[in-house]
Write a protein that binds this ligand. Structure first.
Ligand code: MLT
Length: 410
């Protein structure tokens, strides 16, 4: 008899974005003529930029010739890409990262979901509330949490509330935690942490021998000067933090799949009897066993993001999305809604009208104006009463959605 991993039974319903897709499809089946605008899942709509496409074509041709064909590549990624990452994303900020501290992968979603495997099951994890659901669900699946309570929380997780009351800045936990997930610029709220705020977390981790898992998938959208792009801008963070980055939102790779994770060799965690071990070698062991690397063609495409033309072209795309963010923010404010985010991130986090829950607002938007967003409560109990819209739509759809907001019966 085969037994299941019963931890899966603790999970709630389906994954948030699958649930939304299901509801939207049902609505579409019942209303085949509705012109639905999707500003729910943060999926990009602009095509890959010419520099990337050109590099991809070239790499495809190389794969067609015997002398340039490639089979398995290094599980950690090709050094031509890793060197470009270091030269462009870290060196200009004065951050020193070794080539063997970077692991190229197929996505920040997979890496932030898989990283927990190298940690013991007794660790207490801390997450912000609201939070990107992958951090929580992957720990539930592993058995690092208790049951799901009726209040919307899993036992044995420390939740760090973020709401308008604290300007979406999490406070340090009162009890001791071992692993801290931070995502800034934040998904879902679109809000950021200053260097001073981030330093508090690095200091906490150093003092408590904790590890910070820092998701900076949205750093390319930062517009304001004082907002850190990398946690390694904080002194000492390379002793306590792992950083996740992605080409998905930065360069339109959501369907193409390429990301990377930085695991500095100085970051350690401990055995039960107090022996320190490098997380870098554990992650390397995990990746070489379970992952065979990102395709050569895709890594060449990612490397082209760093060429002068690539940089110029992706900047235009990012500007396009951030102009969408401005349009949405303004449009929502004009109809009297309170809006957060959208300044250093492609997400707009709005307060639902008084007395309207996140899922009620989802239904209102879908039925009354055929616009899809993401209910804040899907990201955690503290997201209740909030709603997320993405700036990743086309300009035409963004403007049309804003026009339709005026017809919402608020
Ligand atoms: C989101 O909408 O939160 C993101 O697109 C999800 C992801 O990147 O996996």
């Amino acid at each position: 008899m085969a037994f299941i991993n019963e931890n899966y039974l603790k999970l709630r319903g389906s994954y948030l974005f699958s649930e939304i897709a299901k509801r939207v499809n049902n609505f579409k089946n019942e209303n085949p003529n509705a012109k639905i605008i999707r500003l729910g899942i943060g999926d990009v709509t602009r095509p890959l930029v010419p520099a990337v496409i050109e590099a991809m074509h070239k790499a495809v041709d190389e794969m067609a010739k015997e002398d340039t064909f490639r089979g398995y590549g290094p599980e950690q990624g090709y050094s031509f890409l890793i060197r470009k990452i270091i030269e462009n994303d870290y060196a200009p900020r004065g951050i020193e990262i070794g080539e063997d501290e970077i692991f190229v992968s197929d996505g920040a979603k997979s890496d932030t979901g898989n990283i927990q495997e190298i940690f013991g099951l007794d660790n207490i994890i801390a997450v912000t509330d609201p939070v990107y659901p992958v951090y929580v669900d992957s720990n539930v699946m592993a058995g690092r949490t208790g049951e799901y309570s009726e209040h919307g929380y899993f036992e044995k997780i420390t939740y760090l509330p973020c709401s308008a009351e604290n300007n979406f800045i999490p406070e340090l936990p009162k009890e001791k935690v071992d692993i801290i997930y931070l995502c800034f610029p934040n998904n879902p709220t679109g809000m950021t942490l200053s260097k001073e705020e981030l330093k508090k977390w690095v200091d906490y981790a150093k003092k408590n021998r904790a590890v910070i898992l820092f998701d900076s998938a949205y750093e390319a959208f930062i517009r304001e000067k004082d907002v850190p792009h990398s946690i390694y801008e904080i002194e000492g963070a390379d002793e306590v933090a792992i950083e996740f980055r992605s080409f998905s939102k930065t360069a339109g790779f959501t369907g193409t799949r390429c990301a990377y994770t930085v695991v500095p060799k100085k970051v350690v965690a401990y055995t039960k009897n107090g022996e320190a071990h490098q997380l870098n070698s554990l992650w390397n062991r995990r990746q070489t066993t379970k992952f065979n690397g990102v395709p050569y063609i895709i890594q060449q495409a990612a490397a082209a993001v760093y060429s002068p033309e690539g940089q110029k072209q992706i900047k235009e795309t990012i500007d396009y999305y951030m102009d969408n963010a401005k349009i949405i923010k303004q449009g929502l404010e004009d109809v009297g809604l309170t809006v957060f985010g959208g300044v250093n991130a492609p997400y707009i986090w709005l307060k639902t009208p008084k007395g309207v829950s996140s899922w009620e607002f989802f239904d209102m938007m879908l039925k009354e104006i055929n616009v899809v967003g993401t209910p804040g409560s899907g990201f955690g109990p503290n997201g209740e009463g909030y709603f997320r819209l993405t700036a990743f739509g086309s300009r035409e759809n963004t403007i049309e959605a804003v026009e339709r907001f005026k017809n919402l019966k608020l």
